[in-house]
Ligand binder design. Structure first.
Ligand SMILES: [Mn+2]
Length: 264
């Protein structure tokens, strides 16, 4: 990666404090966030963007807050020269980044607010138009064909302003391996959560962080598998009758054995 570029580390939905009372799982979310900090440092990233759900609950415990603060002070404070200027319009050398954020608003309500033009995104300053890359951090329901949530309960894509170049879509825990095209100007990346929080098929897919490398308003996206993520195996047993517990145990043994072989 070039040192002239601006490198943005992307991770989301860390859910710190998830299963914090569970002897086995309590540290998973913290381990994966520390993994993000370490990778961001290793790849000399200029900043880290997080698209919401840093904590698992709105009122995290003291234990979780203290643990999080410890990680933030260890990795986000220090003597490294800060080349990034201005909290909303970021600049490194010739590259400007405009940051926007929206999230945690009831989706039907937010769609109505947009419909009635009660939410307004300030476009980037005219003199920067050609130099700036606009990123929107979004934390809302996203509708996809297989989505369990109805379209009207999801954030409408048409609410995303045309001048946004890149959307980091948080809240959805399934990792999509690369960005998708919304229109000629805008791409959407759904990084997915860094920790497993539900017993669903998509949670058995690999978890990833990303680095967005920007230079002269062109970008490259690098995907970084989360090596610290816990392995989660998902399978279903279908039966019309009561399933014998021996059958289940046998199936679990076979699955575990196949994973042991795969991960040796
Ligand atoms: Mn989440």
């Amino acid at each position: 990666m070039s040192s002239n570029s601006i490198k943005i580390f992307i991770t989301t939905d860390s859910h710190l404090g998830y299963k914090e009372k569970d002897e086995t799982l309590s540290n998973d979310a913290f381990v994966n966030l520390e993994n993000a900090f370490q990778l961001a440092e290793h790849f000399d990233c200029d900043l880290l963007l997080h698209s919401g759900d840093l904590f698992h609950t709105a009122t995290p415990s003291h234990w979780s807050v203290n643990k999080a603060l410890k990680l933030f002070s260890q990795y986000c404070l220090g003597s490294k020269q800060l080349e990034i200027k201005n909290p909303v319009i970021l600049k490194k050398k010739d590259q400007y980044v405009c940051l926007y954020g929206l999230g945690y608003i009831h989706d039907e309500k937010v769609n109505k607010l947009f419909l009635h033009r009660n939410i307004h995104f300030e476009p980037p300053p005219k003199d920067l138009e050609r130099k700036v890359f606009c990123i929107l951090l979004l934390h809302q329901n996203r509708y996809r064909i297989k989505s369990a949530v109805k379209p009207e309960q999801c954030f409408e894509n048409q609410n995303i302003p045309d001048f946004i170049n890149f959307v980091v879509w948080g809240h959805e825990h399934e990792c999509e391996l690369s960005e998708v095209k919304l229109n000629s100007q805008t791409r959407i990346l759904q990084p997915g959560s860094s920790v497993i929080t539900s017993l669903k098929l998509h949670e058995s897919m690999p978890k990833n962080h990303f680095i967005l490398e920007l230079k002269q308003n062109r970008y490259r996206l690098h995907r970084l598998p989360i090596s610290t993520a816990r392995i989660f195996i998902y399978d279903e047993i279908e039966s019309d009758n009561v399933v014998e517990s021996d059958t289940v145990h046998e199936k679990i043994q076979i699955l575990l054995l196949s994973q042991t072989v795969t991960h040796k």
